[in-house]
Ligand binder design. Structure first.
Ligand SMILES: Nc1ncnc2c1ncn2[C@@H]1O[C@H](COP(=O)(O)OP(=O)(O)OP(=O)(O)O)[C@@H](O)[C@H]1O
Ligand SMILES: O=P(O)(O)OC[C@H]1O[C@H](OP(=O)(O)OP(=O)(O)O)[C@H](O)[C@@H]1O
Ligand SMILES: [Mg+2]
Length: 282
């Protein structure tokens, strides 16, 4: 039975659980449940702190897990675990920030104190960049550390930037890391069942990112229309009762749908319809 770690709390928890449900797996109904067996799919889920998930997977206790890329790198499990699949949820950046106007580049951190909850990640980064700064490890509410005098700058998760703004801070330097939820596994091993889990999760991603586009187009324009909507492999082109027209069906990125519909309409396509994809296997 495949053993999978899932975040029990925090920013990734609800989204990860929803994604697994969407992929057809049984998930806990009560937030106090620590584990659940999905016998039909031969898989067991363990609800753990996202920060601990890399440790369980890296030590081979659990087969795979969902955690943040930043937390995974912070855990310093080295080569024992690896990222298997980015999951497109819980996106954030990990960045330096300081009181508005105090810092303009990361080299100014030399000799300064930097507060963070991700000390492993930060120490590795500072070492690679040759920056000699003192790392102050805090559990959370890192934005308050500078005002309270325990640090000169911070390195923290930034999603909307609202928390930084409220603390009167600005980011500086390039982002240290672009993070999102990822599926991690033990390096070099593919336990039985992982391929199916990966395929199912990837299918949820595809179904959420793509839509199905249907339209009718005059026969002589079909080739140009298909060039606008090439689909994943190739669009389906079928004849209509009116022999001068063709029907085209193609999967397109949700984010590009309106621009594509405008282009198709300008070309001469009509009856352009968009429908949601509920599930798929690509
Ligand atoms: N707005 C956000 N705040 C914090 N973490 C976020 C946010 N968006 C995404 N994440 C990701 O969630 C993970 C942090 O998990 P964690 O359980 O620490 O969440 P949390 O929301 O900070 O919970 P808590 O502070 O209660 O421990 C990281 O991978 C981080 O990149
Ligand atoms: O850019 P934003 O959208 O404002 O989100 C980022 C903030 O959210 C998280 O804090 P969290 O609520 O987890 O509190 P914590 O710092 O105590 O963990 C993170 O540590 C940042 O402070
Ligand atoms: Mg937090």
């Amino acid at each position: 039975m495949l053993r999978v770690a899932v975040p029990n709390k925090g920013a990734l928890s609800d989204a990860a659980t929803s994604m697994l449900k969407e992929a057809g797996y049984l998930q806990r109904r009560d937030r106090r449940e620590l584990a659940i067996v999905d016998a039909e799919n031969d898989i067991e889920f363990f609800y753990l702190r996202p920060r601990d998930i890399a440790v369980y997977v890296g030590r081979g206790i659990l087969d795979v897990g969902i955690t943040g890329r930043d937390l995974f790198l912070d855990a310093e499990v080295g080569t024992d675990a690896e990222e298997i699949l980015p999951l497109g949820l819980g996106a954030s950046t990990f960045r330096f920030a300081g009181p508005a106007g105090d810092f303009s580049s990361e080299t100014e951190l030399n000799g300064k104190r930097v507060a963070t909850s991700y000390d492993g990640l930060l120490r590795g980064y500072l070492n690679r960049r040759g920056i000699d700064a003192e790392v102050v490890r805090l559990d959370g509410a890192v934005e308050s550390s500078v005002r309270l005098g325990v640090a000169d700058a911070i390195a923290d998760v930034v999603e909307t930037g609202n928390t930084l703004k409220a603390a009167g801070m600005d980011t500086f330097g390039e982002p240290i890391l672009a993070s999102e939820a990822v599926l991690i596994g033990r390096a070099g091993e593919v336990p039985q069942g992982v391929e199916v889990l990966k395929r199912r999760l990837n299918s949820v991603l595809v179904a959420s990112r793509y839509v199905m586009l249907d339209y009718d187009v005059p026969k002589d324009l079909a080739e140009r229309a298909c060039a606008i909507t090439p689909g994943l492999e190739s669009p389906t082109v079928s004849p209509l009762a009116d022999s001068g027209w063709m029907a085209v069906r193609s999967m397109v990125l949700k984010s590009q749908t309106n621009a594509m519909m405008d282009e198709l309409y300008d070309l001469g396509a009509r009856a352009i319809l968009v429908s949601q994809i509920h599930a798929c296997r690509i």
